[in-house]
Design a protein. Structure first.
Length: 239
């Protein structure tokens, strides 16, 4: 007598489930995702070296330009992060509906209910309903950790960059940040402390992406390369 493999929510879909795939992440969304990841990684590495210049070469300054190179890469990555933020903001308004999925609505009581249900969903063993776009919890984390802290890092970073050219473009555009934060030293301190939010976010993000990809089996990781995600009956198209 033939036997069938028993259904398990973490491995196989139920036999009656309808499967399919849909183009979710447009090319600009995918490109800005990886560009922001590259920029933040470069900023963290170069920023730590600028703060703690380990393995610095010895000798007179004219014999090497190591610190200068790290600063060049640091500020270059800062420009890259700024351009990526501008591009991502543009496609938030002009991209498809998934580019706006799950965006926080802190003023909406129903949104908080969705957020709490999503937290409970992550704590369950069963697969639950996957989201084709961002769910509320993921989007809130991106907005706060990447958008909010990223904007703060851009403002404080270019404010300090402007100190090397008083009265220049960046000094006029972002110089007001320094007196608000209590001076140059405190601005640098807040700039360095905020990096740890990025680091914690990266660790949590990688864990949740791998966990979600194995749990939902919907192409969560590969979708940032191809743009396509898989779905089955009951999954949520747009939150």
């Amino acid at each position: 007598m033939a036997t069938t493999t028993p259904y398990h929510p973490l491995t196989l879909p139920p036999p009656q489930a309808k499967l399919g795939h849909r183009y979710v992440w447009e090319l600009p969304i995918r490109l800005t995702h990886f560009t922001i990841a590259l920029a933040i990684s470069t900023l963290i590495i170069t920023g730590f070296f600028i703060t703690y210049p380990v393995m610095s070469p010895t000798g007179t300054p004219e014999d090497h330009f190591l610190m200068g190179r790290f600063r060049q890469f640091h500020f270059g990555a800062g420009y890259l992060l700024l351009l990526s933020f501008i591009t991502r903001t543009y496609f938030y308004f002009n991209g498809n509906k998934y580019s706006r999925s799950g965006m926080p609505r802190f003023w909406n009581k129903a949104w908080w209910g969705v957020l709490l249900r999503q937290i409970v969903e992550y704590m369950k063993v069963e697969r639950g309903h996957a989201h084709l776009g961002h769910n509320s919890l993921a989007a809130a984390t991106y907005v706060f950790c990447v958008g909010g802290v990223g904007t703060f890092q851009i403002l404080t970073g270019f404010a300090m960059y402007g100190e090397s050219n008083p009265g220049g473009f960046w000094d006029k555009l972002c110089g007001w940040v320094i007196p608000i934060l209590g001076g140059s030293f405190r601005t640098r301190t807040w700039h360095h402390l905020s990096v740890w939010v990025f680091i914690l976010f990266i660790m949590a993000h990688l864990y949740m992406v791998i966990f979600g990809s194995l749990r939902f089996r919907n192409g969560l990781i590969s979708s940032m390369v191809s743009g396509d995600k898989f779905y089955r009956d009951g999954d949520i198209d747009y939150d």
